[in-house]
Design a protein around this ligand. Structure first.
Ligand code: ACO
Length: 428
């Protein structure tokens, strides 16, 4: 392929460099478009064809169903590494040595205590507040207790803010859960690992001894590894854009949590389980819901199906499906919702509508079933996703800042009124 792309407008030809990624992805660099054409821009709603940055963190090939963090296959990482090890890889670029891992884990634990005044903020939320709303607010509130901005040029400063956020974020998530449940706010126990701590902070009650289930810990660890990064998705792009104004790490991550909340993105895991429960309550008629999803006059969509970039299959969904099977076998549970999910998947995959549009189960199709088996309530599903995504969001923010990327500021094509004379009240 040529190294130059040509664009012809009004008989004039403009040339733009064609650049290649490491896996031969091709991009036309249109940085100079507006200046050389005297104001012409591209229009790409939803950024379906627009690369917003160059990145060394995650590679995914939607056609081939490939996902790699820093070059390592997701299949290997879920089998051979743990969540924090992968977090280190994603944030700092290499798998940690044992000494590096131990230091990283210890430094994160050093920050697992929250300022007690955070409890006053939690007290202010109504009990029914959605935990994603609480998590976003509490993450932003961390800035109040850490007012100094991170000096991006200081390695130590940057590292400190990263381990601080990694330490405090799961506590905020667990406290949002406890607020909903009306149970006491648990502290981290630094003798436990990262995932065990999430479990005990969420589920331990003072009147009982909390018994850690290693099967559940392993399943959660694997599930959260799958969520750690996913290149320039909606919430990650939000983190990068917010951070590009030089908003701090905590504020940018808080913006990302809000973006993740929506049901077309991270919120899909909650929506999937609610959909499966509805189908179950409605007698389990899977075909009826497939027909609804295909009906253009019906707003119903098959939640957990389809993906902006995976047009073959979502490799994470394959791993999760197996993890769900293993977990159910290990725990000896028999959830009728899993049977409905499998039936739904089977029928949809054979259906022309879904095949033509390349709609396959995505990461969220089975994740909710796993969370449910772990005793995590539906409202907390997206919070679990947010905990999983934290290392990726941090890595993306860090990369964007260290690359000194310009402030994110898209253009628009104005289609509103042309100039109008102002009308006073009596003329309106
Ligand atoms: N059920 C039924 N039809 C669907 C579905 C679905 N889940 N998803 C897409 N389609 C159809 C659309 O109606 C459209 O049909 P048309 O060409 O006849 O108009 C076609 O497939 C293409 O869909 P778009 O919405 O244009 O695809 P887009 O890339 O914009 O959206 C998205 C991707 C948002 C994920 C979409 O597939 C969806 O809404 N899925 C359900 C929600 C979901 O599971 N989200 C989680 C994604 S994974 C994540 O974020 C972690």
């Amino acid at each position: 392929m040529s190294d130059i792309a040509k664009l012809e407008i009004d008989g004039k030809t403009y040339e733009f460099p064609v650049i290649r990624g490491i896996e031969n992805e091709i991009a036309i660099d249109i940085k100079s478009l507006r200046s050389v054409t005297n104001g012409i821009i591209t229009l790409d709603a939803g950024f379906k064809n627009t690369g917003s940055c160059e990145s060394k963190i995650t590679f995914l090939d939607g056609e081939k169903g490939i996902l790699r963090y820093r070059g390592y296959a997701i299949e290997d990482l879920t089998k051979k590494a743990n969540f924090l090890e992968v977090a280190f890889l994603i944030i700092f670029g290499e798998l940690p040595t044992k000494a590096e891992f131990n230091k990283f884990e210890k430094d994160i634990k050093r920050h697992s205590l929250l300022n007690e005044e955070m409890k006053d903020i939690i007290d202010g939320f109504p009990k029914v507040a959605h935990p994603m709303g609480m998590l976003s607010s509490l993450t932003s509130a961390l800035t109040a207790f850490n007012p100094a901005t991170v000096d991006i040029n200081s390695k130590e400063d940057l590292y400190e803010s990263i381990v601080k956020l990694m330490g405090k974020f799961p506590v905020l998530a667990a406290w949002a859960h406890s607020k909903n449940q009306g149970t006491p706010l648990n502290y981290a126990d630094n003798s436990l690992n990262y995932i065990e701590n999430i479990m005990q902070m969420m589920f331990k009650i003072p009147t009982e001894t909390y018994k850690m289930n290693p099967i559940a810990v392993k399943a959660l660890d694997e599930l959260l590894i799958l969520h750690e990064d996913h290149e320039q998705n909606c919430s990650t792009s939000t983190v990068r854009i917010a951070g590009s104004s030089e908003a701090g790490l905590f504020a940018s991550i808080s913006a990302g949590v809000s973006a993740l909340w929506g049901r077309l993105h991270g919120g899909a895991n909650q929506a999937v389980l609610e959909m499966l429960e509805d189908i179950q309550k409605d007698g389990g008629d899977v075909e009826k819901y497939i027909a609804k999803a295909k009906d253009k006059n019906d707003p119903f969509r098959l939640m957990g199906f389809g993906h902006r970039v995976y047009k073959n299959f979502d490799p994470r969904a394959r791993i999760i499906k197996k993890a769900a099977d293993d977990l159910f076998e290990d725990l000896g549970t028999n959830d009728p919702v899993l049977a409905i999910a499998k039936h739904l998947e089977e029928v949809a995959l054979k259906d022309e509508y879904f095949a033509e549009r390349k709609l396959y189960p995505n990461v969220d199709f089975y994740s909710g079933i796993i969370y449910r088996a772990l005793g995590i309530p539906v409202e907390m599903f997206t919070v679990m996703f947010a905990i999983g995504r934290l290392p990726g969001s941090i890595a993306q923010w860090k990369e964007m800042r260290l690359n000194h990327e310009p402030i994110g500021r898209p253009r628009q094509l104005y289609t509103g009124y042309a100039h109008r004379e102002f009308k006073s009240y009596s003329e309106r």
